[in-house]
Design a binder for this molecule. Structure first.
Ligand SMILES: Nc1ncnc2c1ncn2[C@@H]1O[C@H](COP(=O)(O)OP(=O)(O)OP(=O)(O)O)[C@@H](O)[C@H]1O
Length: 650
């Protein structure tokens, strides 16, 4: 091969120099020479009236046309006498009496090739004149072929890297573990033009390599001894290895072949190491379709292995995170339980467990502080949405003008204080649960907008135009008699039915019997734990006092009371005198508190309160309490049983 400075100097005839300038300019401009090369040579040789022109190249034992240039379609390689080609290779140039002249194309790393030209008989005399021209053209062809070869190699490298990046990107997004391994095997078989590929992950504990995918094996997974065969050797040494039938048979482990009913004839295996260099396994590709695996195949597999190891590690990390997340959700769910063993609560828990598994809308009814939000959270945490957000909105706490923006969000400048765009609760809760507390307090116009969002599953931010799809489960709660509000036209009937697919009613604490003590115990343990104290016990009298209190503030009141006791009581046993029941505002007016009740219920509640008050005033002496109430002691007991009150022995 001449060096670049030779082209335009010494021995090239000027026409070849001119042609080289023209063709190199084309190459520099990125124009392919495939179709222009032969016409250009024909021009240079025009005076010799050439017939056929071509570059032939050795292919195994035969000769074929040089694929880089498009030879004329009527060129018949068989017409070129073999001796012309072989002589040219030996002597650089030959003019043969058959009319063919040929010049060898020098090349270090390409198969031998020769420029052959057929001349009319008359021109054979001019062979001497042709010699410098042919040698110059052959040297130019060598240079161009080298450039074309370099360009093709660069294009192939770019293509390979692009494919590799695409593969790596898909792997990073792959969520399913077995699909990930299958996709790795497929990419490797394609890129290396092989029959099969497997990823062997190292199970150190069992000293096994677990190979996936493994076609034909039950469970699609193959287990081999981690020191056996080539895969074992690569795992142990950390260096890549190639093998084919000409190598020692003893190196391969034939057991997998027997299991897979397959015959390994060649293989390449490289180690799979994680980012910190820790060995994870081996990536193996089997049976090159055409010949044996090359250096380049090994290199490609090594690069694939880097991406594969990263994707496998990410996927394992994701799986670990998901498991941790599950554990966390479980731990949270354990903390958010509807505590209680009273029949009403047991039934409620059964129903709520069932609805948790669905996406049905649930309306939770109950007085203030009965645990409506706790129930809503437990439904969320027991359902498929538990890893997604739980967003609670207190509809009564938001002024009407802001409700829409709170729920649906707003765009910047939508109103005076909208200094920047903000997502609404529907958007934030996307994928999860939206808990609409105090729904009975929502204005009629707010109700209309909410209904539209629920029906269309789409929201539009205030001041915006783009519909935003939402996938939200809605749980609503109220302490108001919602059906009554519908009758009074203060709550939309259509929204009522939309929210009220399932109704769960939380009973007031005073109707939950011994649940009061279970809850009290729960809070005692909780606060003692927070303070790092021993859990105090309730004296029998204190337990009775808790049981007989009316709990207008329900569980919230109980929790606050236990919190106070936990912090203030210094003894290990809690006495009735430690229980400072706070005066509820509702207790100030029985008439007000009982206003919504039926006459029967109001009478029942009045009787309960009146009896409890008498018992307390009588210092828990039942005979005295009965006397204060103008009843016989046994009548008082009967009455208390009727009212489901716990009786006290004197
Ligand atoms: N099962 C429970 N376990 C522990 N705490 C509970 C439980 N149920 C209710 N509570 C506590 O009682 C208080 C009131 O509960 P929650 O807020 O769920 O009631 P609510 O009915 O939604 O009240 P409101 O009607 O005032 O919104 C909270 O402090 C809550 O932590």
């Amino acid at each position: 091969m001449p060096s670049k400075t030779d082209y335009f100097s010494s021995h090239w005839p000027s026409v070849v120099r001119e042609l080289s300038c023209e063709l190199l300019r084309q190459v520099a401009a990125g124009e392919p020479l495939a179709t222009t090369f032969y016409p250009a040579i024909s021009r240079v040789l025009a005076d010799f009236r050439p017939g056929a022109i071509a570059i032939v190249r050795q292919r195994g034992m035969d000769w074929g046309l040089e694929p880089a240039f498009a030879a004329p379609s009527d060129f018949r390689i068989a017409a070129v006498p073999e001796v012309v080609i072989s002589s040219a290779l030996e002597a650089q140039f030959i003019g043969h009496d058959s009319g063919w002249v040929a010049a060898a194309i020098a090349s270090k790393d390409r198969a031998p090739s020769v420029l052959v030209v057929q001349l009319p008989r008359a021109a054979v005399d001019q062979v001497d004149a042709l010699r410098p021209l042919m040698i110059g053209l052959a040297e130019l062809a060598a240079l161009l072929l080298q450039i074309a070869g370099d360009q093709a190699a660069r294009a192939a490298e770019i293509q390979r890297l692009t494919t590799m990046l695409e593969i790596a990107a898909t792997w990073q997004q792959q969520r399913d573990w077995s699909e990930l391994l299958e996709s790795m095997a497929e990419a490797a078989t394609q890129l290396l033009d092989a029959q099969r590929a497997s990823i062997f992950l190292w199970d150190r504990r069992r000293s096994l390599l677990v190979g996936r995918p493994a076609m034909g094996v039950e469970g699609g997974q193959l287990e081999v001894d981690d020191s056996a065969g080539i895969v074992g050797a690569v795992l142990g040494s950390g260096t890549a290895k190639r093998w084919d039938a000409s190598d020692s048979e003893s190196e391969v482990n034939r057991k997998p072949d027997a299991q897979l009913q397959f015959q390994t004839t060649s293989l390449v295996a490289v180690p799979l190491d994680n980012r910190n260099g820790k060995r994870m396994g081996v990536f193996e590709v089997i049976n090159k379709r055409d010949g044996r695996f090359t250096d380049q195949d090994e290199q490609v597999l090594k690069e694939l292995a880097v991406h594969a190891a990263a994707a496998i590690e990410n996927s394992q990390e994701r799986e670990r995170l998901a498991q941790n997340c599950d554990k966390l959700a479980l731990a949270v769910a354990e903390n958010v339980q509807v505590i209680g063993e009273s029949p009403a609560i047991v039934t409620l828990r059964k129903t709520s467990d069932r609805v948790a598994k669905t996406d049905l809308s649930v309306l939770i009814l109950g007085e203030n502080g009965t645990g409506k939000e706790v129930l809503a959270r437990s439904i969320h945490l027991s359902g498929a949405r538990r890893h997604e957000p739980f967003i609670a909105v207190n509809c009564a706490a938001i002024v009407e003008t802001l409700l829409e923006s709170e729920l649906f969000g707003h765009e910047k400048g939508a109103f005076t204080d909208a200094h920047e765009a903000r997502a609404g609760k529907f958007e934030i809760a996307n994928g999860g649960t939206l808990f609409l507390d105090e729904i009975g307090d929502m204005s009629l116009s707010g109700q209309a907008k909410l209904l539209r969002a629920l029906e269309e599953k789409v929201v539009v931010r205030v001041g915006g135009f783009t519909p935003i799809s939402t996938d939200v489960r809605v749980l609503a709660a109220t302490n108001q008699p919602l059906a009554e509000l519908v009758r009074q036209k203060r709550f939309r009937e259509d929204l009522f039915f939309r929210l009220n697919v399932v109704t769960l009613k939380l009973p007031p604490l005073r109707e939950r019997g011994d649940d009061i003590l279970l809850l009290a115990q729960h809070f005692l343990e909780d606060f003692a734990h927070k303070q790092g104290h021993r859990v105090p016990t309730l004296s029998a009298a204190a337990a009775r006092a808790l049981r007989s209190h009316l709990w207008p503030g329900n569980i919230r009141e109980l929790r606050n009371l236990i919190e106070r006791v936990s912090y203030l009581c210094t003894s290990d046993v809690i006495q009735p005198s430690d229980l400072s029941f706070s005066q509820s505002p509702s207790e100030q007016s029985d008439a007000q508190r009982l206003a919504n009740k039926s006459l029967n219920e109001a009478t029942r509640q009045f009787q309960i309160q009146h009896i409890q008050s008498a018992i307390q005033r009588a210092g828990r002496n039942m005979t005295e309490a009965a006397a204060m109430l103008g009843l016989h002691r046994s009548n008082l007991y009967r009455k208390m049983k009727q009212l489901d009150l716990e009786t006290i022995d004197d």
